[in-house]
Write a new protein. Sequence first.
Length: 203
Amino acid sequence: MTIMIRWEFSWQTGSAHSHVRVCGRHILPNFSTFEHVQAFVIFCMTEIRPLSANDFSLILRWENNPELWKVSEQQGPFSEDEISSFINRCLDDSDREIERWIILSNDESIGAVDIFDFEDRNQSCGIGIFITELQNRSKGHAFRALQMAIEMLKNRRCRIIRALIYPDNLASIRLFEKLQFRFGGSSLFKGRLAHHYSLEITT
């Protein structure tokens, strides 16, 4: 996707305006601040795609990154066999325990959304997300990726989406609350205190 932005400032009025072209089409010309333009670019360039068998090396590297263990229950490295088994589970249509969707920014893989613990009776599931590199965080990619995942789950008639977040993961708490997830109490999860959040999807 090609996005071209021209930013113009009027010294007479003190106002700024942008002109945006996406794939050659002139659209939404009246952004009033650079932050609006930045948010729009993130919106356009963030995508999610299903995990594939070709992602083995990528997932092996991500899952063995100690920085990500701090916000998960993982305590040590995964073996290649464990990663292979994980990918096979994600790709098995008959196994509804977990799906992984890769987050893309300008076609670069920058993180993942996990959807898991599907419950048909309650029409519910769990969701988690991570962005791997610091330079790609706090830019709106996670927000947009979760928006797309939530819309996808809505189309699957999912009614309740659950998230488990550790209290010290303030960035994730802010992210999920911004998406209207509600706090539902705390409990111990694998020996650590965790907050329960949920989103009830309405039609």
